[in-house]
Design a protein around this ligand. Structure first.
Ligand code: BG6
Length: 510
């Protein structure tokens, strides 16, 4: 916010991280989109930043019949052209291996174990393995069982073994509990890294620093000064090539128990006693446990669902959800969710958290808005501009990363006129950084054994406890009118009504 102060801190921006220790990262689902679009680019960014150890290798495992060279070629295509000839890519490229195999077959794990032994001998990776499950969720439990059966999950002779599990983690509370039990029968909780890529976003992590390293905001961060909180997560994309998957899942399961709950917990948590992983995660978990699950009678009043029809996004006509490939023409799957949530604890009693998330909305934009209360006495109500907005703090998460504080100021002139002014800090300007994939920090943290930014079993289950009652009612009561919002809008009218009923409005995103 204050340019001068930030400039003085320049020395502190110099990265001080050291490379992770020797290890092999094994990616199950190596031929999939996640590996090519996110994981390999993230690893490459880590290589560029010298955060990968020299004793490092990646083994891709997938059912696709690829030679190691064909695999290397495949992943290279997903990198910017100018990076193909870089020194960092050459370094990375020669550390890439491939293993073809069926995730259910013993042979795959026998071959993998043999290949890992050879890599340890050749690359000095010391038996430290990070297994990344970038597969369809139906394989998660089986892969972990197989790792256990083939002695790949046991930490022996000072080596470590860790498993990163992608979302969705379960389909509802019961299946999440079952999955937790299945993987915990093989792995200790400290070996399990349940990933949520929102926790890899700079501004999401900054929520902790912002709240707990500044003394001026925390005293205001409660029901006394805050009127309500809004979280908007808007995407312009539709379901792209994931129609078949998405139609069985819907926006509620896809976004809410994970990404949205992370944003809420970091916004609402109490100050942790330290920045140690368990201290932070304990406080996050407490918030999630304090979130009020709806009684069935409350669901339709507090939760809105939507599905997009045809419309226009950035001058392009786009089809309705029901016409997307892989989606049933009668689909009742929601592509939009808005909810009014409550946190039943001392700090947040009576303060609504309004959240909305959806596909094919007007803009790609994710933000958290803290809406402060009005001043106790409105002494400027007879002056021009008295309809002044109350103070707002907007934490912008993407695509731009930054923060903005809105406050009232006198407009220069001989009469008293009050206007709203913004004080803002854009990450790209101050820190001169390019937004990354978000996976860099998470992969690095897993390699160094820091689980702070990963979800614990209890956190995942608490997220589902909030979502389950809504899904139950939605399953029982069909949506009245789908599609109910055109692509390129801000969602169904009921989403606006949800706030207007309380005399509030969604912040206008320009
Ligand atoms: C994923 C969801 O977890 O997050 C996708 O499965 C969604 O449906 C994506 O598009 C959004 O991520 P981001 O980082 O683009 O906001």
């Amino acid at each position: 916010m204050a340019t001068a102060a930030i400039a003085n801190l320049e020395d502190e921006f110099t990265p001080t991280d050291k490379p992770a220790g020797p290890c092999v990262m094994v990616v199950f689902g190596a031929a999939g989109d996640l590996t090519k679009r996110k994981l390999i680019p993230a690893l490459y960014n880590l290589a560029k930043d010298h955060l990968l150890p020299d004793n490092f290798a990646v083994v891709g495992v997938s059912f696709d019949d690829l030679s190691p060279d064909a695999f290397r070629e495949e992943v290279t295509r997903f990198l910017d052209k100018e990076d193909h000839a870089s020194e960092a890519w050459r370094w990375f490229h020669e550390r890439l291996y491939y293993e073809r195999g069926d995730f259910a077959s013993d042979d795959t794990y026998l071959c993998l174990a043999k290949q890992l032994c050879e890599i340890d001998a050749h690359c000095g990776t010391q038996g430290n393995y990070l297994f990344y499950l970038a597969t369809a969720p139906k394989f998660f439990a089986d892969i972990v069982q197989q790792l256990g059966r083939h002695n790949l999950a046991q930490e022996e002779n000072g080596s470590w073994r860790r498993v990163i599990i992608e979302k969705p983690f379960g389909h509802d509370l019961e299946s999440a509990k079952t999955l937790n039990a299945q993987i915990q029968s093989v792995l200790a909780e400290k070996q399990i890294y349940r990933i949520d890529h929102y926790l890899g976003k700079e501004t999401v992590q900054n929520l902790l620093v912002f709240r707990f390293s500044n003394s001026i905001f925390e005293p205001l961060w409660n029901d006394r000064y805050i009127d309500h909180v809004q979280i908007t997560n808007a995407e312009t994309v539709g379901v792209e090539r994931r129609g078949g998957y998405f139609d069985n899942v819907g926006t509620m399961r896809d976004m809410v128990p994970n990404h949205i709950m992370q944003l809420i917990s970091l916004t609402a948590m109490e100050p942790p006693a330290s920045f140690k992983p368990e201290a932070v995660r304990d406080e996050q978990a407490k918030v999630l446990h304090a979130m009020k699950a709806f009684h069935p009678d409350e669901v339709l009043h507090n939760a809105v669902r939507g599905q997009y029809g045809a419309g226009r996004i950035e001058e392009t006509t786009v089809p309705a959800y029901r016409s997307e490939p892989g989606v049933s023409p009668e689909s009742r799957t929601e592509t939009f969710v808005a909810m009014k949530l409550a946190i039943d604890n001392w700090r947040w009693a009576g303060i609504p958290f309004y959240v909305r998330t959806g596909k094919r909305l007007a803009e790609r934009h994710t933000e958290i808005t803290i809406q402060f209360k009005k001043t106790p006495l409105q002494i400027f109500q007879d002056t021009a501009g008295h309809k002044l907005r109350t103070n707002q703090l907007v934490i912008q998460i993407q695509p731009e990363e930054g923060m903005m504080l809105t406050f009232g100021a006198k407009i220069p002139g001989s009469t008293v006129r009050v206007g709203s002014v913004n004080m803002s800090c854009e990450y790209a300007k101050y820190f001169k950084t390019e937004p990354k994939t978000g996976y860099e920090v998470l992969l690095y943290d897993c390699m160094i054994g820091d689980p702070t930014l990963f979800q614990r079993a209890d956190m995942v289950e608490a997220g589902w406890s909030v979502v389950d009652p809504v899904l139950d009612v939605w399953r029982a009561v069909s949506p009245r009118k789908f599609p109910n919002y055109p692509a390129g809008s801000w969602g169904p009218k009921e989403s606006d009504d949800l706030l207007e009923r309380d005399g509030r409005k969604w912040r206008t995103i320009a």
